[in-house]
Design a protein around this ligand. Structure first.
Ligand SMILES: Nc1nc2c(ncn2[C@@H]2O[C@H](COP(=O)(O)OP(=O)(O)OP(=O)(O)O)[C@@H](O)[C@H]2O)c(=O)[nH]1
Ligand SMILES: [Mg+2]
Ligand SMILES: [Zn+2]
Length: 307
């Protein structure tokens, strides 16, 4: 039976791309529903052909997923490109950190792309870039007028299943169109979008890249929740904290409330950027509060279970 990858799913139809054999329109058999399993864009599947001429089939099997993203709903993503703009819109650093934390949590490689560097007159992009290179992330600077950073971005995408994530208006679709060398995604100015109240919400779709690999464009987020992350695990999702955690005096140090904390010292010495750390403490407190509220509700105050 042929195998392929789901590049798009709409209303119970799954479009499966098969190497050198185009795209098959497939249904999922009832068996998946019984198992509570729904095929996702990005799934590698095995299917039976029901109509060779019409290129139709039935999905028989879904291969084990290496990752599952919720926003966008895509399986097997192995790289997140977190896009911010040097300017217009001003970068939402909390959103950026949440995207990176989510990627770390799922074991997905993350790259930071600073777009619209043509609008940066000062040294803003350098200041934006530094904390993230220090944390060990690849940072790629791009603009519609530039070719060097853009080539680096194209290279980084080759052979991966990547998603673009970031605020509305940072230029994700513009970058994607340029990579595909054709207009596949609508773009627009931030104000235009707000005026029309338009949300480019659409089904997640894998675009096959000319250089190999796939890319998913994601509509800009207006809010972004960290899902399924325990507050005491958050610290491990900041790569630049790792080497400093063993220096804390207290085992189980939260790096928020305690003294003699290796992470705080590293912040003081400029080894961890203040902003990243401040946002970490903010997220930590929010997650902790959420957790406490959850246990109050379930009447098991202070108790923790693995559910
Ligand atoms: N000056 C400048 N403008 C850019 C650049 N890249 C994109 N733009 C403009 O920024 C606006 C928004 O671009 P989009 O590609 O639609 O942004 P997006 O991230 O896809 O936005 P959403 O789909 O809403 O999430 C458009 O008017 C683009 O022309 C750039 O490098 N420099
Ligand atoms: Mg877009
Ligand atoms: Zn500590």
């Amino acid at each position: 039976m042929p195998s392929g990858i789901i590049i798009r799913g709409i209303a119970g139809f799954y479009y499966v791309a098969v190497k050198d054999d185009g795209v098959y329109e497939c249904r999922a058999r009832g068996i998946f529903r019984k198992k509570g399993l729904t095929p996702l864009t990005g799934d590698r599947v095995i299917f039976s052909v029901t109509d060779p001429a019409g290129k139709k089939g039935n999905i028989e099997e879904i291969e084990e997923r290496s990752s599952v993203l919720v926003r966008p709903a895509v399986a097997n993503v192995d790289q997140v490109i977190a896009v911010i703009a040097a300017r217009s819109p001003d970068p939402d650093m909390m959103l950026l950190d949440k995207i990176l934390v989510t990627a770390e949590d799922k074991g997905i490689r993350a790259v930071v792309c600073i777009n619209k560097i043509d609008l940066d007159e000062g040294d803003r992009r350098t200041r934006l870039k530094e904390p993230y290179t220090k944390a060990g992330y690849d940072v790629i600077e791009t603009s519609i007028h530039d070719t060097e950073g853009f080539s680096r971005l194209k290279e980084a995408l080759e052979g991966h299943i990547s998603v673009f994530a970031g605020q509305s208006g940072v230029g994700k679709s513009t970058l994607l169109n340029r990579i595909m060398d054709t207009v596949v995604m609508k773009t627009g100015s931030v104000s235009e979008k707000i005026d029309r109240g338009r949300h480019t919400t659409r089904h997640a779709e894998l675009m096959e890249l000319p250089g190999g690999g796939y890319l998913v464009d994601t509509p800009g987020f207006s809010s972004y929740e960290l899902m399924g992350i325990e507050y005491d695990r958050l610290q491990y999702l900041y790569p630049e904290f790792t080497e400093h955690i063993p220096k804390c005096r207290f085992t189980g140090c939260s790096h928020v409330f305690e003294a003699d904390c290796g992470v705080k010292e590293a912040v003081g010495e400029g080894l961890i950027e203040k902003g990243r750390y401040a946002r970490f403490t903010e997220l930590y407190k929010a997650l902790k509060q959420e957790d406490e509220a959850k246990y109050r509700k379930s009447g098991r105050k202070g108790m923790k279970t693995n559910d």
